[in-house]
Design a binder for this molecule. Structure first.
Ligand code: CU
Length: 132
């Protein structure tokens, strides 16, 4: 039984994609806002690699897929003017900020079921890349 749990955990751990997928370059809307929809599901974010321009406003419209598993959306990058922590629902949540520093910042879900790997470890992690 124990080895089954271990192999299940390993299986979940190896599903992680996020940062490896092709980058999505967020287009700028007519109002000057870089707007992108993000879907969080069991256990991924789509798109998982988002590229935005520095010092231009960003709006993320984040929602979750499915009913039962709770998910969240976290970016902890105060050095770049980004500090986000929202629980997700099926209605898109608007998350607005203006990144002030070039760099790569992880976004992730901070949920975790008892005795299980965190959602972040299972693949709910992506990267927000801020460029010139
Ligand atoms: Cu989650």
């Amino acid at each position: 039984m124990k080895s089954l749990i271990v192999s299940l955990l390993l299986m979940f751990a190896s599903v992680a994609v996020g940062a490896d997928e092709a980058p999505f370059i967020v287009p700028m809307d007519k109002d000057g806002v870089q707007r992108v929809e993000i879907l969080g599901g069991d256990y991924f974010f789509k798109p998982g690699h988002i590229v935005v321009k520095v010092n231009q406003p960003v709006e993320l419209l984040v929602r979750k897929d499915g009913w039962f598993v709770p998910h969240s959306f976290v970016i902890d990058a105060p050095e770049a003017g980004i500090k986000v922590k929202e629980s997700l629902s099926q209605v898109p949540k608007s998350i607005a900020f203006t990144p002030t520093k070039v760099g790569s910042y992880p976004f992730y879900c901070d949920k975790k079921a008892p005795f299980m790997a965190s959602h972040r470890k299972k693949g709910m992690e992506g990267v927000l890349e801020v460029v010139e």
